[in-house]
Design a protein around this ligand. Structure first.
Ligand code: RIB
Length: 314
């Protein structure tokens, strides 16, 4: 199951670990998303590898990171496909376990013509990833630069990952998605990067203007993370580091499918932050990664390479 990171080229890359979900996405394209009680006809349906954790792992690998995935797949037909897909992206899967008698994570992703989506996730094997699994994988976090976590695995498991990364001296990025209320200890991270609705789910309030975004970022910061980056789509990202609130602009693209745009952003931030030490610079670059992903269809197929992001920034 493993593809150890051993070549000289791999050793010079930033080392990124990702603890999170691995899903198969059933992507349904339709003219508009159904309202409650409404039935709409699909234009197409496709199986696409996804899951916030796996997406962020692939994003970081395409951005130039040496990536290790920590997660679980099921022992169904999707499990092996999902694992092979990660291995094909040169991701170390030695800490990806198979849950026996359990289905892999599955997401029903509906996407309308505007690019907007609605997602229902069936956690499957992701719900079986335990704090004990993290303790067993702890040695693989040694030498890691950044650990990325999200909320599609149990919060106790995410917390075990955060604590293990801190013991290893790694930075931790928490993408608090899908929106949820968080236990207090989960805020003890170096960066939290919600989108607008996830930020509001945590601290409440309204987010319409840039001033609202700055105020919400400050309230989130008061909960404990060293820095807050609220992604605002085409408007850019509001960064608050405890001293200055700054809108870091993005670019406008024709949205085709916003699925995994946040994952593209998070993966790019992790790699560029580890490479440059500058969070501001990393976010400027990651905004382009998110915009590129939104301009393409699918979760992992939409994730850009570092060359593609660079060509947009030059
Ligand atoms: O962030 C996008 C992802 O959310 C999809 O790939 C789907 O699997 C859900 O986890």
């Amino acid at each position: 199951m493993s593809s150890p990171i051993t070549s000289p080229d791999e050793r010079s890359k930033p080392r990124i670990a990702v603890l999170g979900s691995i899903n198969m996405d059933l992507v349904i394209r339709c003219d508009h998303l159904p309202k409650p009680g409404e039935t709409v006809a699909a234009r197409s349906m496709a199986e696409v590898p996804g899951g916030k954790g796996a997406n962020q792992a692939v994003a970081a690998a395409r951005c130039g990171g040496a990536v290790q995935m920590i997660g679980r797949v099921g022992d169904d037909g999707f499990g092996q496909k999902l694992l092979n897909n990660l291995l094909d992206a040169s991701i170390d899967c030695s800490a990806v376990l198979t849950a026996q008698g359990c289905e892999s994570g599955l997401a029903i992703v509906s996407v309308e013509n505007s690019g907007e989506n609605a997602i229902i996730v069936i956690p499957g094997a992701n719900a079986r990833l335990s704090a004990e699994d993290i303790h067993r994988a702890e040695s693989s976090l040694a030498g890691c630069d950044v650990l990325m976590v999200q909320l599609e695995t149990p919060q106790a498991t995410v917390l075990a990952g955060i604590q293990a990364a801190k013991r290893a001296g790694a930075k931790v990025i928490l993408d608090p998605a899908p929106a949820a209320s968080l236990r207090d200890e989960l805020f003890d991270v170096d960066l939290i990067c919600p989108n607008e609705s996830e930020a509001i789910a945590i601290v409440g309030g309204r987010l319409e203007t840039i001033d609202d975004a700055a105020a919400i970022a400050k309230r989130l910061h008061a909960k404990g993370p060293a820095a807050v980056a609220i992604t605002l789509g085409a408007r850019g990202t509001m960064l608050y580091d405890g001293a200055t609130a700054e809108l870091i602009p993005s670019i406008k693209v024709d949205a085709v499918d916003t699925t995994a745009a946040g994952d593209a952003f998070a993966g790019a931030v992790a790699v560029r932050w580890a490479q440059t030490g500058s969070l501001r610079q990393a976010i400027r670059w990651a905004n382009l990664a998110g915009a590129l992903a939104a301009s393409r269809a699918g979760a992992q197929p939409s994730l850009p390479t570092h060359q593609q992001i660079d060509s947009l920034s030059s």
